[in-house]
Design a protein around this ligand. Structure first.
Ligand code: SF4
Length: 313
């Protein structure tokens, strides 16, 4: 009996990542290199390497960019302090922050302006969280896990609001949020979940394929990609073995021992070309390929940032 390889959908690029990459490519095309990009435009090694080869220059800080130059801000969003420094250095800012991250920033500003303590569920070292916290550093309190949800203290328990990083595991977040709601019954919740559609859809698809019998789930993505890491966790919690890999070169034969149904998916910042590389390696090894050839039919598209938007005809 040959083993089966199921391509899972939706997988790979979300609308925010598509927009960010397209932004860098459009600016490179219009103005030529160098084009400065603050931080990894999206958390994927291959994407960063490919754009570097085309002339993008990735910098850790806006302070490294020569005065007056163009700078693209990554999809993860930045704090107002970064915008201040950019203005001080007279940089021409093209902001590729995902609109769904901007929505969370706006929530934090709104809650903080009412004097609320803002509980932000997320991971301290993630770029998105660093940017979101920066909207109201005196008001935002980070909650990283269940233990912190039980222990967090606020000045006024009746004036508390909640936001979350966009790329968390839905199941982990539900538990944390339940604890916070019990502890702060008057907590203000976002009108709709801050966890974005792409994160949710990719995790739901992983759960589904495991429920259908997949015993190994491979997730293409980089280690600093939060949503890719969460997909691995979701697969494991659902009952399958699961591994994250950047590309086919990282396939490990020991992963496949005793497995007959392998599922292949990708985080929101991983390009389809890398998924196809892994799929090809497995089909060459004898796996029978099934599932969805089209990575995503979610139908979500974000307009490019205003400075690179084509003029209306
Ligand atoms: S994962 Fe979600 S929040 Fe992040 S860039 Fe994609 S759509 Fe936006």
């Amino acid at each position: 009996m040959s083993s089966e390889l199921t391509l899972v959908a939706p997988r790979g690029y979300c609308a925010g990542v598509d927009r960010a990459i397209e932004t860098v490519e459009a600016v490179l095309e219009e103005h030529g290199p160098p084009v400065y990009v603050r931080g990894e435009i999206v958390h994927n090694q291959y994407v960063v390497k490919t754009l570097t080869e085309k002339g993008a220059v990735f910098v850790d800080s806006e302070s490294e960019v020569p005065e007056g130059e163009r700078i693209i801000l990554s999809a993860h969003g930045v704090s107002p302090e970064v915008h201040r420094v950019c203005a001080e250095r007279n940089l021409q800012v093209i902001d590729a922050t995902c609109p769904l991250v901007s929505k969370v920033h706006a929530e934090v500003r709104r809650y903080a302006s009412r004097g609320a303590s803002v509980l932000l569920v997320g991971h301290a070292d993630h770029d998105e969280v660093i940017g979101t916290r920066g909207e109201a550093p005196d008001k935002v309190i980070l909650v990283e896990d269940l233990e912190q949800a039980y222990q967090v203290q606020v000045p006024d328990p009746d004036n508390v609001a909640l936001t979350t990083q966009t790329t968390l595991s839905l199941d982990d977040t539900i538990e944390i949020v339940e604890v916070l709601r019990r502890r702060f019954p008057n907590i203000t919740m976002p009108a709709s979940s801050d966890i974005c559609y792409a994160t949710q859809n990719r995790q739901d698809a992983v759960k589904e394929v495991v429920a259908d019998g997949a015993d190994l789930v491979l997730v293409v993505g980089s280690r600093n990609s939060s949503n890719s890491m969460r997909m691995v966790e979701v697969a494991r919690t659902s009952g399958a073995d699961s591994y994250l890999l950047d590309d086919a070169s990282e396939l490990d034969p020991t992963w496949f021992e005793g497995k007959s149904k392998v599922a292949l998916t990708a985080g929101a910042s991983a390009p389809e070309i890398l998924v196809q590389g892994v799929a090809r390696a497995l089909t060459e090894a004898g796996y029978l390929r099934t599932g969805e050839e089209i990575p995503s039919a979610e139908g979500v598209v974000f307009a490019l940032p205003a400075p690179v938007r084509p003029p209306r005809s």
